[in-house]
Write a protein that binds this ligand. Structure first.
Ligand code: DCP
Ligand code: MG
Length: 440
């Protein structure tokens, strides 16, 4: 356990929506919802103005529309999110070599390596305030919430306590007082199943969890999970901030206390892991071509099997189906101790509709070959350029008409014009490709 508050966690506020508001001046201060805009789309995130109407991440877009009909509903622009994320991660790496990104908008920073005169609370507080100010600067206006504490666990909780645009430094020695009144769900790894199991024995808060001995916890939740919870309930978290190796794959695995022999159960676990992998790919705007499963047998022999698709996917249904097929070829009759699913061969997002539809919809889709010169799609929110009017974004389209608002991050709120969907003067705008010859 660290004795100083030297782990910093930073999380941008309403990230995708904040980027949209930065780049679309007419939406600043207004409700904005980013996500799948089709019939089965789900919300990726909502601006704080939209959250006041009860719009939340992972809610169906249909529900979001009924709660906040006057919001702007935009499909996402991953190139802009990734570019903004790179600026923030670059800033963090300039203050400490030990930066561990968790997703596009979130990272841990180890302050022991940040060249601070000391790690006393006033010093790290001043440092964190200055860092938040520099985030606004490098992102052209996005705000971040920051937490600082003596572990990853405490820093991450702290960054959420005063969101948005907040800073909470948890003084060493006060961690357990902070945790006690909180719901057990603040502990990472406590999902619905564990919460329910704890609820049945009358445990709702961390304070109640503290009364359980380590032996009892292990009996209740199994070895690994029980021990983990016992320590986290006491704010004992020694995990190091691990600087990022370039993400070449995304994987999830689980080890099991008893050898698994039931194939249906194994398939179910792989399906769930595939879902987690898909969610992480989605959160980072990635997709990959190669699906791998890892299986450790009762005698600790570890096998892996892969299969590669013609084009990248981030679909939970596809990943799960491939994982189950790979499992079908292995002899697991002696029992299995570990199962895992990974996706590698990662590419930037390739689909036009970034957020797609739900998994069920994907599975039902027949193979459709879209002719190259087919009708152009004008997704709400996408960047466009008009030969005379210059740059803008798609406000809406339908019935052969596309409506564009002409403004960018650098202009005031701009005018709205409508065009025929096939107007040759209008085209999709993409940021210029970085010049490989220029390096970087
Ligand atoms: N995201 C997503 N699907 C989810 C959750 C998040 O696509 N179910 C994306 C959109 C978010 C980004 O990841 O903008 C960051 O996730 P956060 O959980 O940090 O959410 P926000 O940054 O949007 O809001 P907050 O201010 O609560 O951090
Ligand atoms: Mg965030």
């Amino acid at each position: 356990m660290r004795t100083e508050a030297s782990v910093l966690h930073l999380d941008l506020d309403a990230f995708f929506a904040a980027v949209e508001q930065r780049d679309k001046p007419s939406l600043r201060g207004k409700p904005v919802v980013v996500g799948g805009v089709g019939g089965r789309g789900v919300v990726s995130t909502a601006s704080y103005e939209a959250r006041r109407y009860g719009v939340r991440s992972a809610m169906s877009t249909r529900e979001a529309r009924s709660r906040c009909p006057h919001a702007a509903f935009l499909s996402g622009r991953f190139h802009a999110y990734r570019e903004t994320s790179e600026r923030v991660m670059g800033l963090l790496r300039s203050v400490s070599p030990l930066v561990e990104p968790l997703s596009l908008d979130e990272a841990f920073v180890d302050l022991r390596q940040a060249d601070l005169p000391d790690l006393a609370v006033p010093t790290v507080t001043a440092f964190a305030q200055d860092l938040r100010r520099r985030v606004v600067e490098v992102t052209d206006g996005l705000t971040a919430s920051v937490g600082v504490g003596s572990s990853k666990f405490i820093a991450k909780i702290a960054s959420d306590l005063d969101k948005p645009d907040g800073l909470v430094v948890v003084a060493p020695g006060t961690e357990r007082d902070l945790l006690r009144p909180m719901n057990v769900t603040v502990i990472p790894g406590v999902g619905p199943a564990t919460t329910e199991r704890l609820r049945r024995v009358g445990i709702h808060t961390v304070e109640e969890l503290e009364t359980v001995t380590e032996d009892e916890m292990v009996r209740l939740l199994g070895n690994a999970h029980g021990t983990w919870l016992f320590h986290l309930a006491r704010a004992q978290d020694d995990r190091a901030v691990e600087p990022e190796r370039e993400t070449k794959s995304v994987s999830v695995e689980g080890t099991y206390d008893t050898d698994l022999t039931d194939r249906t159960l194994m398939e179910g676990l792989l399906t769930r892991q595939a879902g987690e992998v898909a969610t992480r790919l989605g959160k980072n705007g990635l997709s990959g071509r190669t699906v791998t499963i890892k299986v450790r047998l009762h005698d600790f022999t570890t096998l892996s099997r892969s299969s590669t698709l013609p084009s990248p996917t981030d679909s939970r249904t596809t990943i799960a189906r491939m994982a189950r097929t790979l499992l079908a070829d292995l002899d697991t009759s002696g029992g299995v101790r570990l199962l895992g699913v990974g996706v590698s061969g990662l590419a930037d997002w390739v689909q036009e509709d970034l957020f797609g539809e739900t998994a069920e919809a994907e599975e039902e889709l027949p193979e459709i070959v879209v002719p190259h010169h087919s009708r152009r799609t004008w997704a709400p929110g996408m960047d466009v350029e008009h030969e005379e009017m210059g740059r803008g974004w798609v406000w809406g389209s339908g019935r052969g008409v596309v409506t564009v608002r002409f403004e960018t991050a650098q202009t005031p709120a701009g005018p709205v014009r409508s065009y025929a969907e096939d107007d040759p003067a209008l085209s999709a705008w993409r940021p210029p490709e970085p010049d490989p010859a220029a390096g970087g």
